[in-house]
Design a protein around this ligand. Structure first.
Ligand code: NAG
Ligand code: NAG
Length: 329
């Protein structure tokens, strides 16, 4: 097995460009998608639309958003959750099951530039973490969200961190308040994650040296990415419809999270979660301890889950996110 050839796949995996295989029949843990659909007996109202964001040189782009339970957007009892999808290239639709496992609250989704229904300009210089933070600020302002929790999955967790760091670094009175954050399966160090990927792949090939690349991908998927027999429809759709420009950039290949400057204001408290079998390993998330300017971080490992706990065990996932953000309403 040629490991060098596999290395590019780490970017592919964290950036979710891994190939998908549709079934693998020997896993016991396959009931999560049923749990999700059985909780969605009542239709949840949504408000979908586009906002225009303006970049520093004046170029304008449309971003697509969706608000579940829009009537609760300004609730004082249960603040909305603004969600940041992973990739950076997946459409936000793979996070929609959140609204089925999180009661009452408004949930805001949007497709980052280059993803889903948002514009996908071809110029790679338009894609960076810094620009994405700027876009997020505009989105929050445009939607009139004043108090909110931030949730980021995988790369979205990196973006959540960078948003909070940018706001804390500005040190100015802000008319919007981020109450807390959930970083779900978010690595703090991409080069470290790449090593993790090589280690995990090595474990699989050591156990069976005859695996084809497809078999290896599928084994990786079912062990460390989504431990269900078949890839859930929403997730398969998201992977199949990932953006192509942003994921083609090297913008996050060398990303290592760094703390804000010493004189920054206090960042929001955060919950850091990962799945027990997640390729985003314990070491991949421990780095967050050094990057927040306070000690109010909580770590939680989701038993039996890997990278997509929302699909693998939706009720557990929802309960953990909901009970955390409720503390900070
Ligand atoms: C979800 O997690 C809970 C708590 O660990 C566990 O009792 C339950 O069996 C899990 N459900 C699934 C479908 O794995
Ligand atoms: C702004 O910069 C981007 C990236 O360099 C470029 O594609 C775009 O044409 C510029 N827009 C304007 C209005 O200058």
């Amino acid at each position: 097995m040629n490991f060098r050839g596999l290395r590019f796949h780490i970017v592919a995996l964290i950036l979710f460009r891994g190939r998908l295989c549709s079934s693998f029949n020997n896993r016991p843990n396959c009931h999560a998608s049923k749990t999700l659909s059985s909780t969605s007996l009542h239709a949840i109202s949504t408000n979908d639309g586009f906002i225009t964001i303006t970049r520093s040189n004046g170029s304008r782009h449309q971003l697509s958003y969706r608000i579940a339970r829009p009537m609760a957007l300004s609730s004082r009892q249960a603040a909305p959750i603004v969600t940041l999808h992973g990739g950076p290239s997946l459409p936000s639709s793979y996070l929609y099951p959140l609204e089925k496992v999180l009661p009452y609250r408004s949930i805001v989704y949007y497709d980052q530039l280059g993803c889903g229904k948002s514009d996908e300009p071809n110029d790679v210089s338009l894609y960076s973490i810094e620009d994405s933070v700027h876009d997020l600020k505009q989105l929050i302002k445009h939607l009139g969200v004043r108090r909110f929790h931030l949730y980021g999955h995988s790369y979205g967790g990196i973006l959540a961190f960078e948003y909070m760091k940018a706001v804390a670094s500005e040190k100015k009175e802000n008319d919007v308040e981020c109450l807390s954050a959930v970083l779900s399966s978010a690595p703090s160090d991409i080069p470290q994650l790449e090593k993790e990927f090589v280690r995990l792949t090595g474990k699989l090939t050591a156990a069976d040296g005859t695996l084809s690349a497809e078999e290896l991908n599928e084994l990786f998927r079912v062990n460390y990415q989504c431990r269900l027999d078949a890839m859930p429809e929403e997730l398969a759709y998201a992977y199949a419809n990932a953006g192509t420009v942003w994921s083609g950039t090297n913008a996050i290949a060398n990303y290592v999270a760094r703390p804000p400057p010493e004189d920054a204001t206090r960042m929001p408290s955060a919950l850091i979660t990962r799945g027990e079998f997640d390729f985003v390993s314990e070491d991949s998330v421990q780095g967050w301890k050094r990057t927040f300017n306070h000690k109010f971080l909580r770590f939680r490992t989701l038993e039996g889950c890997s990278h997509h706990g929302l699909y693998e065990n939706g009720s557990l996932y929802g309960e953990i996110v909901d009970s955390y953000v409720t503390e900070y309403d």
